[in-house]
Design a protein around this ligand. Structure first.
Ligand code: URA
Length: 436
């Protein structure tokens, strides 16, 4: 078999056989197939797509390209959550402790942020002392003790995705339904969870820009999960504007802490209550969504959800005094307010542009080697639909960059906002729930 023939076959719109997909993935992981041929194959898949069988086969070979974790030493149904990425998405930091406080078991392996999207690991590492490196045995022990661990993916987990994702990121082939579905599901399947809640983001700040493509991606992933006996549900969540108010690592951790005290932004809280209810039913901790939602509210109100975050941070070596006194978190040198220049209603806050601006202020990395400034980012004061007058505060930037560096970013942030003279319809954060 020759890789060039497989690229041509896919380029011309034909199906690849299971053996051909195996040849590509095995050869690429072993270093026998070069990056340039895998890039060409990714681009061919981007334009030609894959059928259900091809996607299931790709997922399977990717999952088995490395270690497949056995979580059977944790009693009960393990449930995991994965977001396809967004801006201001601190959901795991809120949802994880909430679900664990009600009795769900979460052994979560998360990733880092790249480009305009943030990553849960970077946010966690903004808590001084906290370690995201644990052995499989340590992770299992922590979940058995307190019900939750959020750690970094071990290097042995789905090496095919590590190589392929890095390549896709620099070759314009991220936004492909077969490639995203195989990337997400191979990691979730290899991490040993029994049930999976997928948060498929949709809108400007997401990989899926419209409902049709988000729905197709969600259905593809739900089918893969269910065909392998993993109860899989997807929520389609709005990512046209950033989720919540804070964008940037320790700023988002502070928002997550406030949310666990019940003082979070409405959209973030709603996403956590809806997703958390589904997860607790998947985990068979609750019988109905209504019962689960009531228990999640109770856990936030009686402080148990917040206490779960404290326990997790302590178990992972973090300094819990920061969680208990969030004002201790490091602050950027430069804090600048951006004010509204007209009267009207906020019609759009482009999440992609806000994500890129936050990255330029220091909150994200363009390449994996870049060092993140944990205190940098943007905190919105208002969301889409808000009525504004000239001079009202729109958002505040936090940065350690020089004035020459941050002034152009302020202009970019301003251009992310669109205004209307008429009242603006506010979309619900949960756009749809997709089940088998
Ligand atoms: N998240 C992933 O894990 N993989 C993708 O391809 C896109 C989003």
């Amino acid at each position: 078999m020759r890789m060039v023939d497989l690229i041509i076959k896919k380029r011309d719109g034909h199906e690849l056989t299971n053996e051909e997909i195996k040849f590509w993935i095995d050869g690429y992981v072993k270093g026998e197939i070069p990056d340039y041929q895998s890039s060409a194959m990714n681009m061919a898949i981007f334009f030609r797509g894959m059928n259900k069988r091809e996607i299931a086969t790709l997922t399977d070979y990717m999952e088995h390209s490395g270690e497949v974790i056995d979580l059977s030493a944790i009693s009960g149904i393990k449930v995991d959550k994965h977001s396809t990425g967004g801006v201001g998405d601190k959901t795991s930091l809120v949802l994880g402790p909430m679900v664990a406080a009600v009795g769900g078991k979460l052994a979560k392996m998360s990733g880092r942020g790249l480009g305009h999207t943030g990553g849960t690991l970077d946010k966690l590492e903004s808590i001084p002392g906290l370690s995201i490196s644990k052995t499989k045995e340590e992770m299992i022990e922590q979940v058995n003790d307190i019900g939750i661990a959020i750690i970094g993916q071990t290097s042995s987990l789905v090496p095919a995705d590590k190589k392929l994702y890095a390549l896709r990121d620099v070759t314009g082939t991220v936004e492909s339904i077969p490639l995203i579905a195989a990337s997400v599901m191979s990691k979730k399947l290899a991490s040993g969870t029994n049930a999976i809640l997928l948060d498929v983001t949709v809108g400007e700040g997401a990989f899926m820009k419209n409902m049709d493509s988000a729905r197709e991606l969600a259905k593809t992933m739900v089918e893969i999960g269910d065909s392998l006996n993993r109860d899989t549900v997807a929520v389609l969540s709005d990512m046209s504007e950033p989720l919540g108010l804070a964008v940037g690592n320790n700023l988002e951790v502070k928002e997550a802490i406030a949310s666990l005290h019940g003082k979070g932004p409405e959209d973030l809280m709603e996403l956590c209550y809806t997703s958390g209810s589904i997860m607790l039913v998947q985990a068979k901790v609750c019988k109905t969504l209504e019962e689960a939602r009531a228990k999640l509210h109770e856990a936030v109100e009686n402080g148990k959800a917040f206490e779960k975050l404290v326990q997790m941070v302590a178990a992972q070596g973090g300094d819990v005094s920061y969680i208990k006194n969030p004002e201790k978190f490091e602050m950027s040198k430069n804090i600048v307010e951006i004010r509204c220049e007209e009267d009207g209603y906020i019609k759009a806050i482009n999440a992609l542009e806000i994500g890129i601006s936050a990255m330029k202020l220091g909150a994200g990395r363009e390449t994996l080697e870049d060092v993140i400034d944990m205190s940098a980012g943007i905190v919105l004061d208002k969301k889409i639909g808000a009525k504004v007058n000239k001079g009202d505060l729109l958002c505040t930037i936090y940065t350690n960059k020089s004035k020459e560096e941050y002034l152009p970013v302020i202009e970019e942030i301003k251009s992310a906002y669109k205004f209307s003279k008429e009242k603006v319809e506010i979309l619900p954060v949960i756009r749809e729930v997709i089940r088998k």
